[in-house]
Ligand binder design. Structure first.
Ligand code: UD1
Length: 339
């Protein structure tokens, strides 16, 4: 069965391609390589012994998208990762984010309507909840006004899909709201490749651990949490990738309760920044150079997932721990720096 993975050479996309191929799906990847590398193709091939079909394609070029679907009208499902994801950049270049993340989604859904099997999985984010009033965060928590254009593209993306599903009853879609994906494949064949100075915590930790960065700044030590630092729900990217396969199978087997569903994907466990650092120190045997500095603008105090909907309805739960994720991220960092 042929599955299209957009952004399939990126961080979460490449891990999902591996899990799809492990389950016997035929994968077609499209990616514009704007924030990924073709080397991920070799990594996927090394892990699975199958080289997925890859086309370099820019989803913003509508005619190219139309041409692609003409050639691949036997696609049974689309998993849509391709998007820009840097929160700070989105504030400076909002139109880039609306073009990259919204126009592409519209073009894809327009083509999906012409397929005989119309199954769609969307990469969403816990950012849609903002600072939720209650923790853990359930799927019923209200969507709060977005803090950034990036976050807004995820909210608008969900609305576009929901509106489309209302009038196209033969389209089946699932939005997956990720908490904080981290880690790498245990084989160290694929992982995260941040360009420039990492904005996210774990790549910053591992780059500091390996000596590329002098010191990690811990943003804020005066939050109302157990140790004063922010709480997040870190989820191993391999667990996250597996959830996409489970969600796709739900659609392919017509097990969905309605034609538009959404699920939180998290471990259900909140960890502070200092606990994440301790995890790194445990698995690496290194002492991390860090300093508590001022809060980062836009950060929320705490977010972690209520996972029972994903556990009970989707039939998925995380199997790997924060230490597993940190260990794999550290091994990946060592591999890419030694290259
Ligand atoms: C961020 C985005 C989120 C996006 C996700 C993508 C914001 C507000 N949220 O989540 O929308 O989906 O990235 O991966 O930007 N930290 C430090 N020092 C650092 C880096 C981070 O202390 O150098 C802290 C942060 O304050 C935060 C935690 O580590 O408490 C996690 O930060 P990060 O990895 O950037 O993820 P989020 O901000 O949760």
């Amino acid at each position: 069965m042929k599955i299209l993975v957009t952004g399939g050479l990126g961080f979460i996309g490449s891990h999902t391609v591996v899990e799809l191929q492990n389950k016997g799906f035929e994968v077609v990847i499209i990616d514009d390589l704007s924030n990924s590398s073709e080397e991920a193709l070799d990594g996927i091939t090394a892990i699975t012994n199958v080289k997925p079909h890859f086309e370099k394609l820019d989803l913003k070029i509508k005619t190219d998208v139309q041409d692609f679907f003409k050639r691949h009208n036997d696609i049974a499902g689309v998993i849509h990762f391709a998007a820009s994801k840097a929160v700070g950049e989105s504030v400076l270049e909002p139109l880039k984010y609306y073009e990259n993340n919204i126009s592409t989604l519209v073009y894809l859904l327009q083509e999906l309507k012409g397929l005989s099997r119309k199954n769609f999985i969307f990469s969403s984010s816990c950012t849609v909840y903002g600072q939720a009033d209650e923790l853990p965060i359930t799927e019923n928590a209200p969507v709060k006004p977005a803090e950034s254009p990036y976050g807004n593209t995820k909210q608008i993306g969900e609305e576009i899909i929901s509106d489309t599903c209302k009038v196209n009853e033969d389209i089946n879609a699932i939005a997956l709201r990720y908490f904080n994906p981290i880690g790498a494949h245990p084989s160290t064949e694929i992982g995260e490749l941040p360009i420039g100075v990492p904005q996210n915590l774990v790549p910053y930790i591992t780059q500091t651990g390996i000596g590329m960065r002098e010191q990690l700044s811990v943003f804020g030590g005066d939050y109302l949490t157990s140790d004063g630092t922010c709480v997040r729900d870190y989820i191993h990217v391999v667990d996250l990738a597996k959830a996409h396969v489970v969600a796709l199978q739900r659609l392919l087997e017509n097990k969905n309760d309605s034609n538009y569903e959404f699920f939180n994907l998290g471990s259900g466990k909140g960890s502070t920044v200092l606990e994440a650092i301790q995890s790194f120190e445990r698995v690496s045997g290194k002492v991390l150079n860090y300093k508590i500095v001022d809060r980062r603008e836009g950060d929320i105090t705490a977010a972690y997932a209520e996972t029972s909907k994903a556990n009970n309805v989707l039939g998925w739960k995380t199997q790997l721990s924060l230490d597993d994720a940190m260990d794999s991220a550290w091994k990946w960092e060592q591999k890419i720096r030694n290259k």
